[in-house]
Design a protein around this ligand. Structure first.
Ligand code: PQQ
Length: 241
């Protein structure tokens, strides 16, 4: 059997997975290059809302499987980050404001009527994965956040120039996530480096991270089919045909 990688090499291999992050997906590149139509931006915001509201449910499932109070005390902050607290706007509320800034009402977002089947399947696969695996594997699956600060930064710097019709106030979600993602990923990475010790474990961790990268990538594939190629099934397609 192969020797385990030293921690720094294991971490390097996890970080190397960034080449498969959805920042490189053509839909994301279009968005970043200012090539998206209003409908394509709106479609992304509508579909990503399903991810946003599923994240706290995913984290509640991890907590439900975790017997360690120290980990739970730290992890529960992720739910509060999204749901908010007295005097503190949460991520879900910030995403609703993003919706309004791009011309999508709160009711439309909450209705989930325009969530594409492929997006729903991908997000549900993530929540169900976390529900059924040991909590340490669930923690590892959050590590795509290693690569998230860069993508949030890109939006904060690029969108005001490319999409002046979007009220800049609406971008506060991305600002908020910059610091939260950095903190979360430190915790998630420490847990992962400590738990996955044998070479087989470490390879399993890389597979888990790849699964999560695939979730994010697949969401954008579904959006590409609907909003770039106008391929059914998507919201309104009956009327369009
Ligand atoms: O906008 C993005 O590209 C992006 C990516 C990710 C990610 O990498 O999973 C998350 C988020 N945003 C995000 O806002 C967020 O709250 C979040 C939580 C998690 C997670 O897996 O627990 N990922 C992400």
């Amino acid at each position: 059997m192969s020797e385990p990688w030293p921690k720094d090499e294991f971490e390097r291999r996890l970080r190397a997975k960034g080449t498969r992050y959805h920042i490189h997906h053509p839909y994301h590149q279009m968005m970043h290059n200012g090539e998206c139509t209003r409908e394509q931006i709106q479609g992304w915001v509508i579909n990503r809302f399903y991810y946003q509201i599923s994240i706290p449910i995913k984290d509640a499932n991890l907590l439900a499987n975790c017997p360690d109070p120290d980990v739970r005390r730290e992890w529960v902050q992720r739910i509060i980050d999204h749901d908010g607290a007295p005097g503190e706007v949460g991520g879900i509320e910030a995403w609703l404001a993003l919706g309004e800034a791009v011309g999508v009402s709160r009711d439309t977002l909450w209705s989930q009527e325009q969530v594409l089947p492929g997006v729903r399947f991908a997000v549900d696969a993530y929540v169900n994965f976390v529900r059924r695996v040991p909590w340490q594997e669930a923690a590892c699956s959050s590590l795509t956040e290693l690569f998230a600060p860069e993508i949030h930064k890109q939006r904060l710097t690029g969108w005001p120039d490319h999409y002046p019709w979007i009220d800049a106030e609406g971008l506060s979600y991305f600002r908020k996530r910059l610091s939260e993602a950095r903190r979360d990923v430190e915790h998630g990475l420490d847990l992962t480096l400590a738990y996955f010790r044998t070479r087989a474990d470490q390879e399993r961790a890389l597979d888990i991270l790849q699964f999560k990268l695939d979730v994010l990538w697949t969401m954008l594939d579904a959006m590409t089919m609907a909003y770039v190629h106008h391929t059914p099934p998507y919201f309104n397609c009956d009327e369009a045909s």
